[in-house]
Design a binder for this molecule. Structure first.
Ligand SMILES: Cc1cc2nc3c(=O)[nH]c(=O)nc-3n(C[C@H](O)[C@H](O)[C@H](O)COP(=O)(O)O)c2cc1C
Length: 195
């Protein structure tokens, strides 16, 4: 059943969801570049653009290495995606008074904005992007050579939706778009709500 918004919004927001059944196809390079292009135009504090993406394409030599850095639960389904992406942020994306690298309060937040831009662009193009925090973060740093100043934020599996019947039994039942909390639980006028 399609998801229902309580207030009118662009259908793109409802059409984006996180499937686990992907069709195992390869993604044309032009499509992949369009995903990163969408991320590129995300807003960030002082236009510091702290996001970084490390990716592997199905069929390429990096694929198994990238897949092996997810927790086994995620590996079980993400192996049928087309692209695996690790999303990082630069913890020192600013320049200080003496020209030294300086922190930004919102480096993770800005990387999140870039990721969701990528995800929405994916949906628009007939793909879906499934975010993952079930990642062996230490091994990502080590095995993908991530410098100290970059934070490994999360991962994403991107692909075209496949047949849920191909999923392991315990995952099949979950293969439906989720709902959301009512707005009264997260948007408050005038300050934090009293009792
Ligand atoms: C940062 C982040 C981490 C997530 N981690 C995982 C994960 O490790 N494994 C998984 O199966 N789903 C993961 N998800 C998917 C969420 O469970 C999903 O986005 C959420 O239930 C909302 O559903 P929807 O994306 O289909 O609207 C993650 C999503 C995000 C944004």
């Amino acid at each position: 059943m399609p998801r229902q918004a309580d207030h009118p919004i662009d259908p793109l927001f409802l059409d984006r969801w996180s499937p686990r059944a992907f069709d195992g196809s390869e993604m044309p390079e032009a499509d992949l570049l369009a995903l990163f292009e969408a991320a590129r135009w995300a807003p960030s504090a002082f236009n510091s653009q702290p996001w970084r993406f490390l990716y592997a394409r199905r069929g390429e030599s990096d694929w198994e290495r990238f897949l092996g850095l997810l927790i086994p639960w995620n590996q079980a389904w993400a192996r049928s995606a087309s692209v695996l992406i690790y999303i990082l942020s630069d913890t020192l994306p600013m320049t200080g008074k003496a020209g030294e690298p300086a922190t930004s309060h919102t480096h993770s937040y800005d990387a999140g904005a870039a990721w969701v831009s990528l995800a929405l662009q994916a949906t628009r193009m007939g793909y879906q992007a499934h975010g993952m925090s079930g990642v062996d973060f230490d091994r990502v740093r080590e095995e993908l050579g991530v410098p100290e100043r970059f934070r490994v934020e999360a991962a994403a599996a991107v692909g075209r939706i496949g047949d849920p019947a191909a999923l392991p039994e315990k995952l099949r039942a979950r293969e439906v778009p989720s709902g959301r909390k009512p707005m009264e639980e997260f948007a408050f006028e005038g300050g934090w709500p009293g009792d």
